[in-house]
Structures are given as structure tokens and as C-alpha cells.
Design a protein around this ligand. Structure first.
Ligand code: F6P
Length: 384
């Protein structure tokens, strides 16, 4: 998919007036997807291309592999056409542009193991493409980096929130989250019959990074008995007691336990794989399984759901949200309003300053309705 057309670099943005957008002048806008992929990204790209090209008569340049596409030479970018979105991409997971969550341009990993500041190369790439604006579809980390680049280079930036983790500040929902929750719910639907058949405790480790949204919402939907999230410290004795109660007082022979990947050890240490002391989250489910085995007399099995949560077919809500976000991002550019992120609040698409987004990550509210619902259902959250 790598490509660059020299013609693109040489061509000035065409100078005609917009379509239904009226007096909005011709623009060439870039778009990239950054960070971990998720379901709904292609739907957002489709919405941007349709609205910008058909609505305003602009050009849309798709940049490959996030900011890497602007950093590399030749630049990896290509015009996106309405024809490409022929009806299949809307339905597909992943991102047709590719993405990376390993390419911080301010501390870029070099082949010799050192880190280099490659931010100016990204800014030069934006200028070389003669872009009037850039739409960055990313999570909180990507948005912080893109904003830094925009401030350094004077780029006109609008962001769209995406992440299965749903931890982007200010917006209630990010693209990809709903499909990930569906995957967790489906996994629990699959685990319950086999748990019941074999009288087992089934532990399901789910993603979400430092936020427990996927775990608690997917856990409630899938009928979990115990849900451990990073926002609520647990004691394994409480978990063991809940499972004993299910058996002795409710007469049930199985239990379903959801563990968010960022749940720590009882001593408060992160559970990770990869580089010692850092690395990626991984292993929390097995850690809790081993710990629980010391406290209960039951067979325990652990399932790590992993990237299945990221790669699925986008559900209806993610497709619609991605479409609405894409349209609103184009409207912001038409109005010349930059340094903003589109967001979802109170059943509406709004836009907010990027500064506010970066300042406050969105974690599970301990006194919010979801935690209240879980407790009212008798779900053990590990703290009682
Ligand atoms: O941020 C999205 C996410 O899927 C997290 O939930 C998870 O911790 C991480 O990305 C996994 O990253 P990678 O794809 O690099 O394994």
C-alpha cells in the first residue's frame, strides 16, 4: 500500500469553490489513524472522504502508518477517493491506512537503539503535501503528540477520538469501544456454558489499559460474578468469599470472573510482559487465577481475550459514531476551527478544545451509575 505520487507534492491545491458548503474555498486535507487500531476507523475515513469530497469539493490525502507516513521519505500518502469506499470498507475492522503505536516523533526509536527527535520531519511532510489541515484519529497519547506537532509547526489540527479503552478525556464514547464491549460480552456468553458443564471458575482477562470501562461494562452485560478493574483495589479474600457464596448459598457450580489487564498484584505492582519494568500489560488474568487457587477449592481456567477486542467487525453504534465524528471533523475545518476534538456528549456530537482532552483521562467513576449498577447486581468488585 506504500506509495507517494510526486505529482501530489507538486500540485497546488485546486482553487475552486466548495459544493454544498457554499463559499468555503478549496482545501486539501490530510487524514491519518494513529495508535492501536480498533473497529470503526474505516467508517470514520469514509465519512470524512464523503463529506469533504462530495460536500465541499476538497481533496483528502490519506497518510499511511500514522505520523510515520509524514516522517518517511518518500512520504507515504495518497489521495482518497469516494470510489474506494465502495461499501465494503464500512464493514471492516482495522484501518485501511495502517497505524502504529510505537512511533513517537519526539523520541523516535532509531536502528542503533537511541531515540531521536524526528518531529520536524513530520511537520515538513505536512508542508510538502501542501495540506490546509490534518485530521488525526487517535487515542489520548496520539492526540497529545499530534497537538505538540501542531503547536511546533503551526499545523491546523482536528482530532477524532478512537480507542477500545474509552479513556479519552471529555468524550463519553470513543470509536471502537462499543465493539470491544460486544466482544467481551460474547466471550462471556461462550464461557458460561462450558463453565457450568465442568463446574469451573472461568477468568477472562480483557484489555483497557489503565481504565476499567471494557471490563465493567462487558462484565455486567455478560453476567460476570466478579469484575476487577484498576480503579478499585481488591483483596483476593473478598473474591474467594464471593465464589464460595455462589456455591454454598446460591447452589451454583460455576463462576465468571473478569479481570482488567491493568489490575495490579496484591502488592501494587504492574503485571506486564516484554521489557522488564515496562513492557505491555499482560498476565493479570493468570496472576489472579494462581492467587485465587490458593484460596478456593475449585478448578480454574484463564482466557486472555486479547486483540479479538480490537479487530472485529464494527457494530452499528461504532459505525454511526465514526460517521458522525468524521462529518463533524470536516465541518470544523470548513469553519476554520482547529486545535479541537470532536466528542460525544448527551446524545450529541460536540467539539472541545484539545487542551481539555489531554488534561483529563476518562476512567471509571467510582460513584457513577455503572459501578452502582454492578454493586446493586451483587457483582463483587474486589473491595468488599
Ligand atoms: O490501547 C488499546 C490497546 O488495545 C490496550 O487495551 C492494550 O493494552 C494495548 O492497546 C495493546 O497494544 P499492542 O497492540 O501493542 O499489543
Amino acid at each position: 500500500m506504500a506509495l507517494i505520487c510526486d505529482a501530489l507534492l507538486r500540485a497546488p491545491a485546486r482553487g475552486r469553490q466548495g459544493g454544498k458548503g457554499g463559499p468555503v474555498s478549496q482545501k486539501r486535507i490530510g487524514i491519518l489513524t494513529s495508535g492501536g487500531d480498533c473497529a470503526g476507523l474505516n467508517a470514520a475515513l469514509r465519512a470524512v472522504v464523503h463529506h469533504a469530497v462530495l460536500g465541499f469539493g476538497w481533496e483528502v490525502i490519506g497518510i499511511e502508518q500514522g505520523t510515520l507516513g509524514l516522517m518517511e521519505r518518500p512520504i507515504r500518502a495518497r489521495p482518497l477517493t469516494v470510489e474506494e469506499f465502495d461499501g465494503t470498507l464500512l464493514r471492516r475492522g482495522g484501518t485501511m491506512l495502517g497505524s502504529t503505536n510505537r512511533g513517537d516523533p519526539f523520541a523516535f526509536p532509531m536502528p542503533d537503539g537511541s531515540k531521536a527527535d524526528r518531529s520536524q520531519a513530520v511537520i515538513d511532510g505536512y508542508r510538502a503535501l501542501k495540506l490546509d489541515a490534518l485530521i488525526g484519529i487517535g487515542g489520548d497519547g496520539s492526540q497529545a503528540l499530534l497537538r505538540r506537532l501542531a503547536q511546533q509547526g503551526g499545523l491546523n489540527l482536528v482530532c477524532i477520538p478512537k480507542t477500545i479503552d474509552n479513556d479519552v478525556g471529555v468524550t463519553e464514547i470513543s470509536i471502537g469501544y462499543d465493539t470491544a464491549v460486544q466482544a467481551v460480552t460474547y466471550a462471556l456468553d461462550c464461557l458460561q456454558p462450558t463453565a457450568a458443564s465442568h463446574s469451573r471458575v472461568m477468568i477472562l482477562e480483557v484489555m483497557g489499559r489503565d481504565a476499567g470501562h471494557i471490563a465493567i461494562v462487558g462484565g455486567i452485560a455478560g453476567g460476570a460474578d466478579v469484575i476487577l478493574i484498576p480503579e478499585i483495589p481488591y483483596r483476593i479474600e473478598h473474591v474467594a468469599r464471593k465464589i464460595e457464596t455462589i456455591r454454598t448459598r446460591q447452589g451454583r457450580n460455576f463462576a465468571l470472573v473478569v479481570v482488567a489487564e491493568a489490575v495490579k498484584t496484591e502488592q501494587g505492582e504492574r503485571v506486564t510482559v516484554g521489557e522488564p519494568g515496562g513492557g505491555r500489560y499482560g498476565g493479570a488474568g493468570h496472576y489472579i487465577g494462581d492467587l485465587l487457587a490458593q484460596h478456593i477449592d475449585a478448578e480454574i481456567r484463564v482466557t486472555v481475550l486479547g486483540h479479538i477486542q480490537r479487530g472485529g467487525i464494527p457494530d452499528a453504534r461504532d459505525r454511526v459514531m465514526a460517521s458522525a465524528f468524521g462529518v463533524h471533523a470536516v465541518d470544523l475545518i470548513a469553519e476554520g476551527r482547529f486545535d479541537r476534538m470532536v466528542a460525544w456528549r448527551d446524545r450529541s456530537v460536540i467539539d472541545v478544545p484539545l487542551e481539555d482532552v489531554i488534561a483529563q483521562p476518562h476512567v471509571v467513576e467510582l460513584d457513577g451509575p455503572i459501578v452502582h449498577t454492578a454493586r446493586a447486581l451483587g457483582i463483587c468488585l474486589g473491595d468488599a
